[in-house]
Design a protein around this ligand. Sequence first.
Ligand SMILES: [Zn+2]
Length: 210
Amino acid sequence: MDEADVIKILEDHGAVIRNSHIVYTSGRHGGVYINKDAIYPDTRAVSTLCAPIAKHFANAGIQVVAGPAVGGVILSQWVAHHLTVLGSEALAVYAEKDEAGSFSFRRGYGAIVAQKRVLVVEDVVTTGASLREVIRAVRSVGGVVVGAAALCNRGAVTAGEIGNPPEFFSLTSFSFESWDEEACPLCRQGIRVNTDVGKGREFLRGKEGG
Ligand SMILES: [Zn+2]
């Protein structure tokens, strides 16, 4: 599967929103958004996207696949499933965000990760913060991070920025322009902010409040 195949699957599911006015989680603005949540209901599409990740790490001796809740719950399941089918038996767990915003393993999953060879997975990587946090969480319970993988590295995030896993593999590196609010040409043109995805709704509410 090459990048074009991945983008086609995303587009076929309406997961690539173009010609819009988006406010990203980072606070920056842009015209394009990857709505990964549009993929998850289609298990066949998720399976198709996770298979090449598993294939890539099939000989890496992965014992556990871990991802950040919420998207990472689904991805870790499918990647672990494909690894197991390929003969590299792997379990799937996920880390959850606490009140302070950092990820940790609950539900007894820390014990599953301890001393194991772990692949960390994420859907869309923008700043790398979630991957970095889950990698930290794996190491904090004694797991060995063997690699990290993403469906889409849209922020040109490097392995160094997420805690130096030995390998950082992503299916596609779809990237597009974004701007600070002050420099946003879409704001200047008075284009309506998309309130369905990203942080558009919060952004407009902040404007009203201010
Ligand atoms: Zn704008």
